[in-house]
Design a binder for this molecule. Structure first.
Ligand code: GLA
Length: 408
């Protein structure tokens, strides 16, 4: 009897060993191979990083149905939808009270037509609709949270036509994060509707270690703010600092489950055009969700040309689904690389310094033969640079980037 159980246990361990090996938290994250099997996802959704728009970075709690309708219209007319930005997500502060039966309602002043009508409006434009809630008793903006109402809220969202839920982590007390997110994932699944789950837990409980089979993206940091670097107000970070925190987590990202360094600040006015270009490039290199956070209905040409650069978007959305990483750093001069489907690489030469600098990438750093000749393209300038053997260098302005595609 004992021997039979031991044999059965041994057989089971052999059978699940590859799974355990892949799931084991690595002592050195740079040694973990990315999971590229689309079947190993929570729900088969988000096989490339989600793209869309979210109300929070620009509008905060001042969001209402007229604003969201205007953004939905502009997503189509400005070409955002055609470029792949499909989700229109209302963040915090859309909620009213719960009704007598515990069902959540919308703030009737801000959303007089109701959420279902807004979802219909968005769907009629070929876009998808996202909403926000929180795993605690109240949201970060003080509205009713979903704790204790998970299945009821999931049913409400499905009735309204929700396609994406951003699920926050305020007022959660001593709740276990993995359990709380798994519960909401189960509630969403039980509705039978495809709903992308955005885990917004700020990286506090290292969701990269447990969330890939629960949700589709997980925040890795505190909130982004429209500044270049550093920590602000005790919980928010500038874009370059966020990139530094998100970068080492590259092995955990893959189709259906992405590290989320937070929504874009491009176009919100706190950075220069050059810095916004660097921000957008870093997000694309990191296969980050590209969720615009600006006023799409009133954006200037510089903002438009960044958010709508199809070649940069294609790097983010590359079907291989590998998050790029920093492959060299010499003071302020950095080189980032992202392997692409088909064997090429996207390369980012990134100058963090205060003066312009020459930055070089060697083919050997990319695993190519030292003398190999490669085809190069500048994907911000949309310009072929011809073939180069061994290496490439460029002068990069302060806080700027040169983004290249390298192919055989
Ligand atoms: C938290 C999240 C933000 C935003 C606000 C809303 O701070 O991290 O992205 O959703 O809550 O209150």
């Amino acid at each position: 009897m004992v021997r039979a159980n031991a044999a059965a246990l041994a057989a089971l361990l052999i059978a699940i060993a590859p799974v355990l090996a892949q799931d084991a938290p690595p002592s050195d994250p740079n040694r973990l191979r990315p999971s590229l099997d689309p079947k190993r996802t929570a729900n088969g959704l988000a096989l490339t990083p989600p793209m869309g728009w979210n109300s929070w970075n620009k509008f905060g709690c001042n969001v209402d149905e007229a604003t969201v309708r205007g953004v939905a219209d502009a997503m189509v007319s400005a070409g955002m939808k055609d470029a792949g930005y499909h989700y229109v997500v209302i963040d915090d502060c859309w909620h009213g009270a719960r009704d007598a039966d515990g069902f959540i309602t919308a703030d009737a002043k801000k959303f007089p037509s109701g959420i279902k009508a807004l979802a219909d409006y968005i769907h009629a434009r070929g876009l998808k609709f996202g909403i926000y809630s929180d795993a605690g008793t109240v949201t970060c903006g003080g509205r009713p949270g979903s704790q204790g109402h998970e299945y009821q809220d999931a049913i409400t969202y499905a009735r309204w036509g929700v396609d994406y839920l951003k699920y926050d982590w305020c007022s959660t007390g001593s709740r276990n994060a993995e359990e709380a997110y798994a519960l909401m994932a189960d509630a969403l699944r039980s509705t039978g509707r495809d709903i992308t789950l955005s885990i917004c837990e700020w990286g506090t409980n290292k969701p990269w270690l447990w969330a890939s089979k629960i949700g589709n993206l997980w925040r890795t940091t505190g909130d982004i703010t429209d500044k270049w670097e550093g920590k602000h107000n005790g919980y928010a970070w500038g874009v370059a600092s966020i990139a530094d925190m998100n970068e080492p987590l590259w092995p955990y990202a893959g189709p259906g489950h992405w590290n989320d360094p937070d929504m874009l600040e491009v176009g919100n006015g706190g950075l220069s055009t050059v810095e916004y270009r660097a921000h957008f490039s870093l997000w694309a290199m990191m296969a980050a969700p590209l969720i615009a956070g600006n006023d799409i209905a009133n954006m200037d040409e510089a903002t438009r040309s960044i958010l709508l650069n199809r070649e940069v978007i294609a790097v983010d959305q590359d079907s291989l689904g590998v998050q790029g990483r920093r492959i060299s750093k010499r003071g302020d001069r950095e080189v980032w690389a992202k392997p692409l489907a088909g064997g090429g690489h996207a390369i980012l030469l990134f100058n963090r310094g205060k003066t312009s600098a020459s930055i070089k990438v060697d083919w050997a750093q990319l695993g190519y033969a030292r003398g190999a000749e490669k085809q190069l393209r500048d994907i911000w300038a949309h310009r072929d640079l011809g073939r180069a053997s061994g290496s490439w260098s460029a002068t990069v302005a302060s806080h700027d980037v040169v983004m290249l595609k390298v192919q055989s």
